[in-house]
Structure formats: structure tokens, C-alpha cells
Ligand binder design. Structure first.
Ligand code: ADP
Ligand code: ASP
Ligand code: MG
Length: 417
């Protein structure tokens, strides 16, 4: 007998028919003699729809109320899945994030888990029940409801798996596993049988939606055995683990892209010590993550510099810059948001000079300008205009020898907003 955490994402529980199929899959697992904790996301596009409704009422809805609103999506899913499990004759019980014991810091919309007390989950398991837990939500010690950030149900699953010492955490989604790049935009993307925590973390941080970055962080830290697989078939998925056998000669193992990018430029700021510290200190105090920073020259004692933030943080970042203008005068601030960050990732890159140069060459051959670059030992990222994203990713995929002749499995259409 093994203890499984099985997480099903939004498209896997997109309607009641799919919900029934998920219920059957869980019951089958239990009949094989295993214990199951199931984590579910909101159905289909529910979370996006809820956000749209709030935006009809306010341009800047309060973060607390947004979490109150968004957590309802997952609560519908847990109740419906539990009902479907009962209908199949199983004993099942649903828990919200807080009932399942998730405590978080008081940071609405992107709360980190501070502690998990899974006592109710464990009691229900001992009782022979299937436990259904709502993804991406928790509660602060003061009793406020919080969410973990978009895509955060993966983190619920992995953190729960660590807390109850599950044997495996399975992430069921709408593709067969982790691919060399998003199989929705590159049809000949290659499915990876295994990937290391570090490479997966890099890909997830750089925009590969298939796993939430914090879920991978958790899995690495607690050495959770993580498998990504499809909820639409029984194909073997991708195992995410510490050590993987490196294929000979593979320099780039994956390509990711992130559309959630905005560039902000500050023009004409005095070139004196402490300017960068002031700007980025203020952004950090507002909990805004800054990604790439470029200083673009000094004229007459005045400097210009640009940086990127998540598009979803742009307005808040502009507000911070307005607040510090008196203390730190600048001529103007400009923004650009029709951008995307494309990244190549590979542990083999360290020992291969010229990988970045090849990337720049491939992108330029697509007639695309690169506006910013950042590198680390195992990745190179370029910010480019969004229009030619598909062509650029496809060209890079071919150039680094990642194309395969097999068609990737993609479970139904999905228009990402
Ligand atoms: P879920 O609703 O199951 O959480 P997500 O939409 O969050 O699903 O994640 C699955 C999607 O991730 C896939 O449909 C695919 O388009 C996208 N994706 C991006 N990069 C990758 C990758 N390298 N491998 C697999 N899927 C990827
Ligand atoms: N429902 C949430 C979202 O759409 C959490 C998740 O699906 O992981 O972001
Ligand atoms: Mg997801």
C-alpha cells in the first residue's frame, strides 16, 4: 500500500463529465490498495472568470477581497469531486485549504506557506476516506484567507505530500508530462522521461506553466517524488528528481517563455551613488520582484536605466516610482508591455561557450530585435517583442537539436489569457 497525492488541474476538472472521469481514476487507485489525497483546482477558466468579474467592478480591487473571491473556485471543485466519489460508492471528504491545515504568511495573492498541520487529513485517511483538498489556498494566524499565486495548486499538492510523507505526488494535467518546450506552440516538442529539480525549477521560474515554481522548490527541499502526467490517458509521465542521467552532448534541454513581462525605463536620473539602491529598495519593500536591469549610458551627469517586472506588477511598480520622485527626481518614466521573455535552459551549458551567441544569431535570423539579455550558469534569457514568439521558440528548438518526429499529446484546446 502506498500513499498518493494526486493533483488535477483546471482543465482536468473542466466540466462534470471530466470530474466523473477523475473520480473514477482516483477510485481505481484506491482499489489497487492505495491511500489517496486529491488536490483540485478550480474548474476550467473559473479563476480567470472570477477575476474578470471583479475587474468589471473596479480597476484595482482590494487584494484581500480578490483572495476571498478566487478561493471560491476551488471550493466548488472539492465539493463536486467529493459528490462524484460518493456516487461511485466511495467514502470521501472535502477540505478547504485551511481545514487541511495550511497556514500562510499575510501576503494576499502570493502568500507563502508557513506551516502545515494535516491532522484532519491524516484522521480521514486512517478512517479509509479519500481526502479531497482545495488547491492554492490557506489561512493566516489571524484567520484571513489567502492564495498562493496563479498556478499555486501544484504547491498545495507537493507541500501536502511532504507534510504527510506521501510516497508519490502525481500532477495530472492536460499534456503527457514535461516537454522540451510548450507542446502547444511547438508540435514536435520532446517529452522528457525525467528532469532534475534544478532544471525544472529554472524552467518553471522562466514561465513553463506546467509546474508552479514554489512546488518545485518544495519538492527539492523535501525530496518529494514528483511525477507529471496526463489526466486524459495512462501514458507514463515525467519524473522530477534530484539526479538524472545527462544525455551525451545535450547542451540545451528546454526552452521556456514568459508573456507576463513589462519593461519600465527611468529617463534622466542623477548619476550619483545610491540611486539604484533607492529605486530597487523601494520596489523590494513593496514586494515587487525585479528581473533584468540594464543601465543604458550617462549623459551630462544623468543616467537612463530599464528593468523588467511582471506585467501584473507593473501598475504597482509605477506607483512606487511616483512616490519616490520627490526624493529622487527623474525626467520621465516610460513602459513597454508587448514583450515576451524567451529562455534556453540546460545544465550542460556551463562548459559550452558560444551557446548564447548561437541564441542571438537564431533570433536575429527571425528578424527580431533583442531588447534585454540576462544569463546564469544554466540559462540565457532574451526579452523580445511578443509578435514572433512562436517562430522564435520553434527556431531555437530546431537549432539546439530538440525536435522529435513524434507528435506531442495535448488534451484539448486552451486559450491562455
Ligand atoms: P493545469 O490546469 O493542469 O495546472 P497548466 O495550464 O497550469 O495546467 O499547465 C499545463 C500547460 O503548461 C500545458 O497545457 C502547456 O501548454 C504548458 N507548458 C508550458 N511549458 C511546458 C513544458 N515545457 N512542458 C509541458 N507543458 C508546458
Ligand atoms: N485556480 C488557480 C489558478 O487558476 C490555481 C491553480 O489552478 O493552480 O491559478
Ligand atoms: Mg497549473
Amino acid at each position: 500500500m502506498a500513499l498518493y497525492v494526486m493533483k488535477f488541474g483546471g482543465s482536468s476538472v473542466g466540466d462534470t463529465e471530466r470530474m466523473k472521469r477523475v473520480a473514477q481514476r482516483v477510485v481505481d487507485k484506491q482499489k489497487e490498495g492505495h491511500q489517496c489525497v486529491v488536490v483540485v483546482s478550480a474548474m476550467g477558466d473559473t479563476t480567470d472568470d472570477l477575476i474578470d468579474q471583479a475587474k468589471l467592478l473596479s480597476e484595482a480591487p482590494p487584494a484581500r477581497e480578490m483572495d476571498m473571491l478566487m478561493t471560491t473556485g476551488e471550493q466548488i471543485s472539492i465539493a463536486l469531486l467529493s459528490i462524484a466519489l460518493h456516487e461511485l460508492g466511495s467514502k470521501a471528504v472535502s477540505f478547504t485549504g485551511w481545514q487541511a491545515g495550511f497556514r500562510t504568511e499575510a501576503e494576499f495573492g502570493r502568500a507563502r506557506i508557513t506551516d502545515i498541520d494535516p491532522v484532519r487529513v491524516q484522521q480521514a485517511l486512517e478512517d479509509g476516506q479519500i481526502v479531497v483538498v482545495a488547491g492554492f489556498q490557506g489561512m493566516t494566524v489571524e484567520g484571513e484567507i489567502t492564495t498562493f499565486g496563479r498556478g499555486g495548486s501544484d504547491t498545495t499538492a507537493v507541500a501536502m505530500a511532504a507534510a504527510i510523507k506521501a510516497d508519490v505526488c502525481e500532477i495530472y494535467t492536460d499534456v503527457d508530462g514535461v516537454y522540451s518546450t510548450d507542446p502547444r506552440i511547438v508540435k514536435c516538442a520532446r517529452k522528457l522521461n525525467e528532469i532534475s529539480y534544478d532544471e525544472m525549477l529554472e524552467l518553471a521560474n522562466l514561465g513553463a506553466a506546467v509546474l508552479h515554481p514554489r512546488a518545485v522548490e518544495y519538492a527539492k527541499h523535501h525530496q518529494v517524488k514528483l511525477v507529471v502526467r496526463s489526466s486524459f490517458n495512462h501514458n507514463e509521465g515525467t519524473v522530477v528528481k534530484e539526479e538524472v542521467t545527462m544525455e551525451q552532448g545535450v547542451v540545451v534541454s528546454g526552452i521556456a517563455y514568459d508573456k507576463n513581462v513589462a519593461r519600465i525605463s527611468i529617463i534622466g536620473v542623477s548619476h550619483v551613488p545610491g540611486v539604484l539602491a533607492k529605486v530597487f529598495g523601494s520596489l523590494a519593500a513593496a514586494k515587487i520582484d525585479v528581473d533584468i536591469i540594464v543601465q543604458s549610458g550617462v549623459t551630462d551627469g544623468e543616467a537612463d536605466f530599464s528593468f523588467t517586472v511582471a506585467l501584473t506588477d507593473r501598475d504597482q511598480a509605477l506607483e512606487v516610482l511616483r512616490e519616490i520622485r520627490e526624493e529622487l527626481p527623474y525626467k520621465e518614466v516610460t513602459t513597454e508591455d508587448n514583450l515576451v521573455k524567451v529562455s534556453i535552459v540546460g545544465a550542460g551549458m556551463v562548459s559550452h561557450p558560444g551557446v548564447a551567441a548561437q541564441m542571438f544569431d537564431v533570433i536575429s535570423k527571425q528578424g527580431v530585435n533583442i531588447s534585454m539579455v540576462s544569463t546564469s550558469e544554466i540559462k540565457v534569457s532574451c526579452v523580445i517583442e511578443a509578435g514572433k514568439l512562436t517562430e522564435v521558440v520553434q527556431a531555437l528548438h530546431t537549432a539546439y537539436g530538440l525536435d522529435t518526429s513524434e507528435q506531442a499529446f495535448v488534451g484539448g484546446p486552451k486559450e491562455r489569457r
